[in-house]
Design a protein around this ligand. Structure first.
Ligand SMILES: [Ca+2]
Length: 542
């Protein structure tokens, strides 16, 4: 394929050179006219045509970690071993300014829709209080676009984009193969979800397996890659739960970090290392299948770390709009297409990925709402930076941030449904390239910039101001330490506490898993054994 374009453009009439949409049939016709020129041309043209016809669309593998902070990777000086992630960064392009939303479900919504999460009324994690919230059924998801293009689509990991209504389950959202949990943070050993019952399924059917979740996700995707129909390209979305709470890890990995005094951090580091091993497992499957050169692999964390993780010197933490919550370790590899060993300083946001992949691969989409993001494929091909065409807009249920040129605006506490005695509305402006740690608010000195950005993004502020608001009282699945536990033939460690809750203070008074939790939406449907039902036909009537 790579030699086809030069061959054509060298000899094409000028009006055709300008037409990037030239069809294969047209190319064939043109080749037909070119081959009469000489025997040499004949050989070149036939060879290149055969290569282009046999060429296949690239596979895509998205490796997403959960609450892994900026400093929780080896290549950023992290204290845990992540040789596979580090190698991926070297073999691909390091994305040094890659932004996500500061919370799981909002990042995942933006990733799969190519839209600003607020557009779909997703401001917070999908959980017991999410009401009838659903990932948009109005618009095509990224994986659906790949499926329509003939890709085999697979996902392993946590879904966290709807667990109450069957229509929202991943098996009904355009994935040929699904594996893992519907909810956010199943137990790493028992695979039990909220309420203490099984939340673990393959292709929509509950399965009972032994094993540590992170290993299982890596194994599943590796197996699917090895067993795939090689005549079809594949799209793989791997949504690891590590190193999100509950803090649990295999003992042999925890022992490698015995020098770390804090038990929670010790287990967290072990969780990240097992994550890295699982990523290595997937990358090995790609290599063993001989498809490395035709596979786009992207790695990133879904949001910044909670208190057990390491967000480097960045301000804030998970759940917040400051850089610690949103600027993530990330890399992308596509040998021969994306220059290796380059660090890109191009600001990229998670909802750019869908339009970027569409652009890079030439996918057709069927969107009702245009992308909010922009293709950054031109910058990935070259490693060069350029001014963005669109601002980066990131939001939560209480505020939003805007990256625009040299500036970052953070507009906080604008939800009208928040208690009056809560934090007061706040506008901050940072020169984000000069001041990446957001130490100096320059809003007072630059009122015209603030005014312009606030006015420009009033639509999002309006949505956030009217969003449902809820206090996050109590903890989130902080588990009490139980010492070594034997699960799935492997000895593991549960660390005390360590839940990386979404809000500062949410960890106080953590509850044990297993008890019922009050909420304003029904719990997931369950079968007679209490397992969460993943398939439509097994839902009890009524
Ligand atoms: Ca997360």
């Amino acid at each position: 394929m790579s030699t086809l374009t030069p061959t054509l453009t060298r000899k094409l009439p000028s009006h055709m050179k300008r037409n990037p949409d030239i069809s294969l049939q047209s190319k064939n016709h043109i080749i037909g006219s070119l081959i009469t020129n000489s025997l040499g041309s004949l050989f070149v043209a036939l060879t290149t045509f055969v290569v282009s016809a046999a060429d296949t669309l690239p596979n895509v593998v998205l490796l997403v970690s959960d609450d892994q902070g900026w400093g929780d990777v080896g290549y950023h000086g992290g204290e845990m071993a992540t040789p596979n992630i580090d190698k991926l960064v070297k073999e691909g392009m390091e994305l040094n300014r890659f932004y996500t939303y500061p919370i799981c479900s909002t990042t995942r919504t933006s990733l799969l829709t190519g839209h600003i999460s607020m557009r779909h009324k997703v401001f917070e994690p999908f959980d017991t209080h999410s009401g009838d919230l659903t990932l948009s059924h109005e618009d095509q998801l990224m994986n659906q676009a790949f499926k329509n293009a003939g890709y085999m689509t697979m996902t392993a990991g946590k879904w966290h984009l709807g667990h109450t209504h069957i229509r929202d389950f991943p098996i009904n959202r355009g994935f040929d193969h699904t594996y893992g949990s519907l909810e956010a943070f199943p137990d790493y050993w028992t695979h039990n979800g909220r309420g203490g019952s099984k939340d673990w399924a393959r292709d929509g059917k509950t399965v009972f397996e032994n094993g540590y979740i992170t290993d299982l996700f890596g194994n599943e995707i590796s197996r699917l890659i090895r067993d795939r129909d090689p005549s079809k390209p594949f799209f793989s979305y791997v949504a690891f739960t590590a190193p999100h709470a509950p803090l649990q890890a295999p003992q042999e990995y925890v022992e490698k970090y015995a020098h770390i005094e804090d038990e929670s951090r010790r287990v967290f580091c072990a969780m990240v290392e097992v994550l890295d091993v699982a990523i290595g497992n997937v990358l090995k499957a790609i290599d063993d299948e001989g498809i490395r050169d035709n596979t786009i692999v992207m790695f990133f964390s879904d949001n910044g770390a909670g208190p057990v993780g390491d967000n480097g010197d960045f301000r804030g933490r998970k759940g917040q709009l400051y850089e610690a919550g949103t600027r993530m370790p990330a890399a992308i590899r596509w040998p021969g297409k994306i220059p290796a060993g380059v660090r890109s300083e191009q600001p990229i946001v998670v909802y750019d990925l869908f339009p970027t992949l569409v652009d890079a691969i030439g996918l057709m989409t069927d969107l009702r709402t245009p992308f909010d993001g922009e293709s950054v494929w031109d910058t990935l091909r070259t490693g060069k930076t350029r001014p963005r065409k669109t601002d980066i807009v990131i939001g939560t249920a209480t505020g939003y941030s805007v990256h625009s040129g040299d500036y970052k605006l953070v507009h906080s506490n604008i939800n009208k449904n928040a208690p009056e005695r809560g934090p007061q509305e706040l506008v901050e402006l940072f020169k984000i390239f000069e001041d990446p740690n957001e130490t100096t608010n320059v809003a007072n000195g630059q009122p015209e910039i603030v005014e312009k950005l606030v006015a420009k993004h009033a639509e999002w502020a309006q949505m956030i101001s009217e969003a449902p608001y809820r206090e996050r009282a109590g903890g989130r699945r902080n588990r009490t330490g139980t010492g070594p536990v034997s699960q799935g033939g492997r000895t593991g460690i549960d660390a005390a506490g360590g839940g990386s809750g979404d809000r500062q203070g949410a960890r106080v008074g953590g509850r044990q898993s297993g008890g019922p939790r009050r909420g304003d939406r029904p719990p997931p449907p369950r079968d007679s054994d209490g397992n969460i039902i993943h398939l439509h036909e097994t839902v009890p009537s009524g």
